[in-house]
Design a protein around this ligand. Structure first.
Ligand SMILES: *Cc1c(COP(=O)(O)O)cnc(C)c1O
Length: 395
């Protein structure tokens, strides 16, 4: 089954499981390449939308988090499907508007914005902004007078596989101050936002976070703020080997948890990034070297032509564990340390928890890395060590 060609190179994959894997199996790639199936993005959008339905039949709005994968073909398809967009910069806003997104459905969701970018965004018609600090509200009041603003709240969340730090958001005791300050500055204190942490594998893991935010929401209503929007951020998971809840059932369960806790929320907005695009893409890569550091080493070292600086940055901390497919799957496996090709000692992907790969694996073998559609191309350096940035093609 393992067709061996040329220099011992094995390139025939046994059983591709998706369109992207079939495409990779049938093509040659000069460099590591992300192959994206935009129809799979559409299916995921529809699956998430089907679950984001409230008890009264209305829908929560999806604002795709552009940073997960800004490929123009993805944006174009999501525009056609009526998606909104969570943009973090002037560049992302220009991208989505350039693809025809409705400016009413684009939010400037970064809490850290330059005054000049706020002024520009206001000028092109963006009216919904995030903030988590007084100074940001002052910038908004000056450069986007009258804008609607939602306050980002820090939540404690030990349950996500890729938790977000305290970099974004403010503690609950500060939220009322900021809502009041926004009102005093002539802005519209419009709602609250949070992020449960990326790759939160099951909806029930949202419970603690939603309890915290609901308490803040109720207090704001009690203090006379007529909040309209609950922005629940991202967190929707992708499959990386550990079981996850399916998208429609996940989204429905999150909505149910919200409706059980929040008294009156006129609008809910969700910002899936990973959960929208990760499973729509796979990377075509190659083994460059298999070696042992000493004669009696227990582990092999497997070096790929892709690493931490060329697209697999999320292997940091080894929390996101990608799935690898090789033409030698089915052969006996053993543990290995997996590393990238660059001359930087930090370019090691899995070492604390070694990866199981076929013992027969050797230089030149092709490798498919599954579910890499999110947070790969944009995390790839421009040309560190002369390695080109991660290529992408859409099928
Ligand atoms: C990154 C980000 C998201 C997307 O998060 P995922 O976990 O990838 O879905 C959503 N909202 C904001 C504000 C973000 O910064």
């Amino acid at each position: 089954m393992n067709a061996v060609t040329g220099f011992g190179r094995s390139s025939t994959f046994v059983a591709p499981v998706s369109r992207v894997e079939s495409y990779i199996a049938a093509h040659e790639f000069a460099h590591p390449t992300l192959v994206i199936d935009v129809d799979a993005v559409e299916r995921q959008f529809r699956a998430l939308s089907a679950g984001l339905v409230r008890a009264d039949g209305s829908h929560a709005h999806i604002h795709y988090a552009v940073k997960a994968n800004p490929h123009h073909a993805i944006i174009e398809r999501l525009v056609a499907l009526g998606s909104g967009f969570d943009a973090a910069s002037r560049g992302e806003i220009e991208l989505v508007l350039g693809q025809g997104a409705d400016v009413e459905r684009v939010s400037f969701g970064n809490t850290i914005k330059k005054a000049s970018d706020i002024r520009w965004a206001h000028g092109v018609g963006i009216t919904l902004f995030a903030a988590d600090a007084e100074e940001e509200l002052e910038k908004l009041a000056e450069n986007a007078p009258g804008a609607r603003v939602y306050i980002r709240v820090i939540v404690d969340n030990p349950e996500a596989d890729w938790p977000l730090s305290r970099k974004f958001g403010c503690a609950s005791d500060k939220v009322m101050t900021l809502l009041g300050r926004a009102r005093d500055l002539g802005l519209v204190p419009y709602g609250l936002s949070f992020h449960v942490g990326s790759q939160t594998r099951e909806a029930r893991m949202w419970t603690g976070t939603l309890d915290q935010v609901a308490a803040i929401w109720d207090r704001a209503q009690d203090e006379g703020f007529d909040l309209q929007l609950l922005n629940i951020g991202g967190g929707f998971p992708a499959f990386y080997g550990q079981e996850i809840q399916a998208p429609t059932s996940y989204a429905r369960a999150v909505i149910d948890l919200i409706e059980a806790r929040f008294s009156d929320v006129p609008q809910i907005m969700a910002e899936p990034g990973r959960g929208m695009v990760a499973e729509a893409g796979a990377i075509a890569a190659e083994v460059v070297l298999v070696s042992k550091k000493s004669e009696n080493d227990l582990h092999r070292w497997v070096y790929l032509d892709i690493g931490r600086f060329s697209g697999l940055a999320e292997t940091e901390g080894e929390a996101i564990r990608y799935q690898f497919v090789t033409p030698r799957d089915g052969d006996e496996c053993g543990p290995c340390v997996l590393a990238g090709p660059s001359c930087d000692s930090a370019d090691v992907m899995y070492e604390k928890r070694p990866l199981q790969l076929p013992l027969s694996l050797r230089a030149g073998d092709r490798v498919i890395i599954r579910n890499c559609g999110a947070y790969t191309t944009t995390y790839s350096s421009v040309g560190f060590n002369g390695f080109p940035p991660l290529d992408s093609v859409v099928i």
